[in-house]
Design a binder for this molecule. Structure first.
Ligand code: HEC
Ligand code: HEC
Ligand code: HEC
Ligand code: HEC
Length: 437
């Protein structure tokens, strides 16, 4: 009872904040002007970094040359795979014109909110992440303009990890408006994998969180970004379960929130092993993000860990028909996550936190906690991020050996269909001896 109260209080504090969450760029009611307005060599299209400027000014060049969001995101809609997906789904339009695809593979604001120079073919363009520029384009270059003022004028706060997670996940998982369903996957869409910190680093980034960035925008803590990304991703999955429209497809629940490989493997390959909260012959909720959160909560808020673990267990049990109502369990866990996020926003992570989280991930893995591919995949990305943070802080004595051991871990999660827990565990064992040195 006491523990439930602890979670409840934080939830009340958070509902106020959720209400004033900024609209996502595609939801905002202002005009989208188009990339050409950002691309001048005096603005963000310089080929070399400007000394003495707050920002790199090369953002457009990075984005247009190496970022998959530019052009490519949209061009893939014209390839054979997309043609096949569109045909299998029976879409009336080709993929590159179909809203269901362009909403994610491009920037697709309503026609009345497109400026004269807006071009749909630009793909996931600047304003798809930074928000429609109509009301901030002038003021953001005015002398002395602050980041807060820009945000007040409609710049999307990509520096805030919660806002950032909502933004990236809106396409890298989906939300109430756009979503890769199991039907779309069944038609041939690839499985989507995402981890906020890793993907922010590989986008590739067109910003440097240096001293001046932190002065303008606050501290950038990659571990916090990772942790909040996990919580928001888990919430997005639970939202699917809770949404009467998205949650069901005919007789069955929407399948993308479950572990893909629970269904997708040959029948001759009998691999089931007992695990807490699951039963043979049942499908499992994809708990990859929840497994990461288990580590995060255990380290950062140990007093909350029993409640959190119990909420997760109740969900697994209800899904497997072992008692309780699954919708109710999903609702309670989702609420509990609100309070985790509220606390994570304020948390800073030091070297000891990093080492404890790393050890927790490795030990959970060695104990067989990542039997499903999706969990092993998230754990690998998390371990890589944590090692990377430690290395950047100069707290990893043998970076070369750690990298080599990490490569061996990644080798075991390269192909989801060939994933074997034993191989993953043995690679983790190698990593453990190196980082423990
Ligand atoms: C909720 C957002 C979303 C929707 C809706 C969506 N996609 Fe995607 N799609 C993605 C993301 C994100 C990726 C990249 C996955 C990755 O690499 O991690 C992707 C990848 C792809 C790829 C593989 C791209 C490559 O580089 O190999 C194809 C092809 C594709 N999508 C086609 C489609 C088609 C056709 C539709 C419409 C029926 C569609 N998508 C709807 C988000 C979406
Ligand atoms: C997929 C999302 C995405 C796209 C597309 C994108 N950005 Fe960004 N941008 C980010 C993120 C995330 C950050 C880092 C957080 C921050 O500084 O707010 C960022 C930061 C920036 C910054 C601030 C750097 C600083 O030091 O304060 C500028 C300037 C910028 N982007 C310009 C652009 C331009 C110009 C384009 C288009 C050519 C673009 N961005 C496209 C996500 C995106
Ligand atoms: C409007 C939708 C949209 C938004 C918002 C978005 N992405 Fe993407 N992203 C895509 C699509 C679609 C692709 C796949 C492009 C392709 O492979 O053709 C992609 C690809 C990527 C890739 C390359 C993945 C790979 O397999 O190589 C990274 C990294 C990435 N996104 C990171 C981010 C991050 C970080 C954010 C948030 C700051 C973000 N994205 C926001 C749609 C989006
Ligand atoms: C409850 C079981 C179940 C789960 C969980 C599940 N699927 Fe499926 N999947 C199916 C069934 C049934 C089909 C249809 C098979 C057929 O038509 O032969 C299918 C079809 C597919 C296909 C097309 C296969 C083909 O033969 O063309 C793809 C791709 C796919 N699923 C991907 C996924 C991904 C990715 C996930 C996880 C995010 C997932 N599935 C989760 C049961 C499941």
């Amino acid at each position: 009872m006491r523990q439930v109260l602890v979670l409840g209080l934080a939830v009340a504090a958070l509902s106020a904040r959720a209400a004033d969450a900024p609209p996502l760029p595609y939801e905002a009611k202002a005009k989208h002007l188009g990339v050409v307005n950002c691309a001048s060599s005096l603005c963000h299209g310089s080929i070399s970094e400007w000394k003495g400027s707050n920002v790199l000014q090369t953002e457009y060049v990075t984005w247009s040359r190496v970022d998959k969001h530019a052009l490519r995101a949209n061009q893939v809609l014209r390839n054979d795979r997309s043609r096949r997906i569109a045909a299998n789904l029976g879409l009336k339009q080709p993929a590159h014109e179909a809203k269901i695809c362009v909403d994610c593979h491009g920037h697709n604001p309503p026609p009345e909110l497109r400026g004269e120079r807006f071009k749909a073919a630009d793909g996931v363009s600047c304003e798809a992440c930074h928000g429609p520029a109509e009301n901030w384009i002038k003021s953001h270059v005015a002398p002395g303009a602050s980041h807060e003022e820009n945000v007040r004028n409609g710049l999307y706060p990509t520096d805030d990890p919660v806002a950032l997670a909502r933004l990236c996940l809106s396409c890298h998982f989906g939300n109430k408006d756009k979503f890769v369903t199991h039907r779309i996957m069944g038609a041939g869409h690839p499985r989507i994998s995402f981890e906020l910190d890793t993907f922010t680093q590989t986008q590739p980034p067109h910003f440097v969180a240096d001293d001046d960035w932190q002065k303008r925008k606050g501290r950038w803590d990659g571990v916090r970004v990772w942790a909040i990304g996990q919580a928001l991703a888990a919430q997005e999955s639970l939202d699917v379960v809770l949404d009467p429209k998205r949650g069901r497809d005919g007789l069955f629940p929407e399948l993308v929130v479950f572990d893909c490989h629970a269904c997708h493997h040959p029948m001759s390959d009998t691999r089931w092993k007992p695990r807490v909260g699951t039963r043979p012959g049942t499908i499992r909720f994809n708990d990859a993000n929840l497994l990461m959160l288990r580590q995060i909560v255990r380290r950062t808020y140990p007093a909350d860990a029993p409640v959190f673990n119990d909420l997760v267990l109740q969900l697994h049990k209800a899904v497997a028909g072992e008692g309780g109502d699954a919708i109710e369990a999903a609702r309670r866990l989702r609420k509990g996550l609100d309070s985790v996020v509220a606390k994570l926003r304020l948390r800073e992570f030091d070297d000891r936190d990093l080492r404890a989280i790393l050890a927790g991930l490795v030990d959970d893995g060695l104990a067989g906690g990542y039997g499903d591919y999706a969990g092993a995949e998230q754990a690998s990305m998390a371990i890589a991020s944590v090692l990377n943070f430690l290395a950047r802080r100069g707290s990893l004595p043998d970076v070369r050996a750690a990298n080599a051991a990490l490569d061996r871990v990644f080798e075991t999660v390269k192909d989801d269909e060939k994933y074997r827990l034993e191989r993953f565990q043995s690679a983790l064992g190698g990593l453990k001896t190196i980082v423990a040195r």
